[in-house]
Design a protein. Structure first.
Length: 174
């Protein structure tokens, strides 16, 4: 595995997912998200929003059609309802193939390679090396029980492909 590159704000593509399944939030972004990203040195032209309904399809579509086609090295995904402030700063300083900003209870992050996708970034190599779909919603064989979140599906594929996941910084998820 090649060395993961330190984050370069000018060589990143930020995708904000604005889920059209949630009428109150469709197309909307937290007020401070864009100024925060610009404060981190990310040019406005590198920040995109994608408004699609089905969670795994929205993530896969955005990675394929926005992240990878951007030509940028670092692909960042942020849910539109993530309130982000200075507690998230270590997220940008960590160096790994996949870096995730923690949200929710500490217990969700208590094991190695724990991953939830409210705010994360990955080196483009991760998506180039792993066969899509990168995200899916795992269910029991008969389709009656959801067995993991879409994040768990990605985590398992990333770890199987020998990528590692670093947890850094905190953002809240309402
Ligand atoms: Zn999750």
């Amino acid at each position: 595995m090649a060395e993961a590159k330190a984050f370069d704000p000018t060589d990143c593509c930020v995708i904000i997912l604005t889920w059209d399944a949630i009428p109150q939030r469709c197309g909307m972004v937290q007020f401070n998200t864009i100024p925060y990203l610009e404060d981190r040195g990310i040019p406005r032209a590198n920040i995109h929003s994608v408004c699609l309904r089905w969670i795994p399809v929205a993530r896969n579509w955005a990675i394929k059609n926005v992240g990878l086609t951007s030509g940028k090295r670092h692909i960042v995904m942020i849910d539109n309802d993530m309130p982000i402030d200075g507690k998230a700063n270590p997220f940008w300083e960590a160096t790994d193939d996949v870096v995730v900003c923690m949200a929710g209870t500490a217990e969700r992050w208590s094991f190695a390679n724990a991953f939830h996708s409210g705010m994360f970034r990955a080196d483009r190599r991760v998506f180039e090396d792993i066969e899509p779909p990168w995200f899916d919603l795992p269910a029991s064989a008969d389709g009656t029980v959801q067995t993991d979140c879409t994040c768990g599906y990605f985590r398992d594929k990333a770890v199987a492909a020998s990528f590692s996941i670093t947890h850094a910084g905190w953002c809240a998820h309402p």
